[in-house]
Design a binder for this molecule. Structure first.
Ligand code: COA
Length: 272
């Protein structure tokens, strides 16, 4: 019984999940190690996002999520102490778990916004890249420093960074391991906006709550179309958009959204 209470109070040791209506905030909470991703933290994050995908009876469905870190880091990378003695087989499992986490965030039927409050290095930068977009505190630092350790990014950095900032900038960052400050990250399009550290979470919460008032099926559909569309020809991608557009006309949200417009009323969406 004691165990059950503990489980209910805090499901995870290093991840905190809070809901504010339709907005979920997921905080990585291992500040003494700058939120470094060991296998336990990665596992807890996978479970936390998996839980958000499951809509429970009587609970608001998640329509937007925020991912952030406790303390002075977002995430200072995969846990070097844990990685140091891995075999190739272990390393493959670790990379696979990081990719699973990236895929669950990227594939979630709601936007996930990274609120990068401090260091986002290595796996931390990669985790932020798996999110829909990044808002950063002015003190944030970004980088892929794996080459300093004799390895390469293993949680998607060689793939998502070039897609986000262009191949030439990604090459420079990954080959040098150099860190960018928030303004530099803004200049190359790695982050969408920079805020004073004290305002970051309020600003991200504000945009997340605004997204949560929109048609959730529409937002999910747009996310999927943009994600899948980058992987196929433009003709196939446009066809994908056409099908996704048409499907939404079978939803209550489309009927109520357009009706509200015509009646000059504020739309509310049930996500049906
Ligand atoms: N893995 C494991 N532990 C890490 C870590 C990581 N990626 N990043 C930081 N930590 C730990 C430190 O070892 C230290 O632990 P300790 O107090 O038990 O010694 C603690 O977090 C605080 O870090 P510290 O280095 O003392 O903070 P700092 O402010 O002086 O430096 C960084 C901050 C981010 C510059 C530095 O921690 C760093 O370079 N981290 C590694 C970044 C990296 O290479 N990431 C990619 C991994 S693939």
């Amino acid at each position: 019984f004691g165990l059950l209470i503990r489980e209910l109070l805090s499901k995870f040791d290093h991840v905190v999940v809070e809901k504010n209506g339709h907005v979920a905030r997921v905080t990585i909470n291992r500040p003494d190690k700058l939120n470094a991703l060991n296998s336990k933290v990665v596992g807890e994050l996978i479970r936390a996002f998996h839980d958000l995908l499951m809509v429970k009876e009587g609970e608001d469905a998640t329509r937007c999520a925020i991912l952030t870190g406790a303390g002075k880091a977002f995430v200072a990378g995969a846990d070097i102490a844990e990685m140091a003695s891995l075999t190739s087989v272990d390393a493959k499992r670790l990379a696979e778990s990081g990719h699973r986490l990236g895929a669950i965030i990227e594939g979630a039927p709601f936007p996930v916004i990274a609120a990068v409050n401090g260091f986002a290095l290595g796996g931390g930068c990669e985790l932020a890249l798996a999110c829909d977009f990044i808002f950063a505190a002015d003190v944030a630092k970004f980088g892929q420093p794996e080459v300093n350790l004799g390895v390469i990014p293993g949680f998607g950095g060689t793939q998502r960074l070039p897609r986000r900032v262009g191949i030439a900038k990604a090459r420079e960052l990954i080959y040098t391991g150099d860190m960018l400050n928030a303004e530099q990250a803004l200049a190359i399009g790695l982050v969408n906006a920079v805020f004073p550290a004290a305002d970051l979470l309020a600003k991200v919460e504000e945009i997340a709550q605004r997204i949560a008032t929109k048609g959730p099926l529409a937002v999910a559909s747009a996310k999927r179309a943009m994600l899948l569309g980058t992987e196929v020809s433009l003709a196939a991608a446009n066809q994908l958009e056409t099908e996704a557009f048409a499907v939404l006309f079978g939803s209550e949200d489309q009927k109520s959204g357009m009706k509200a417009f015509m009646e000059k009323a504020k739309p509310t969406f049930a996500g049906k």
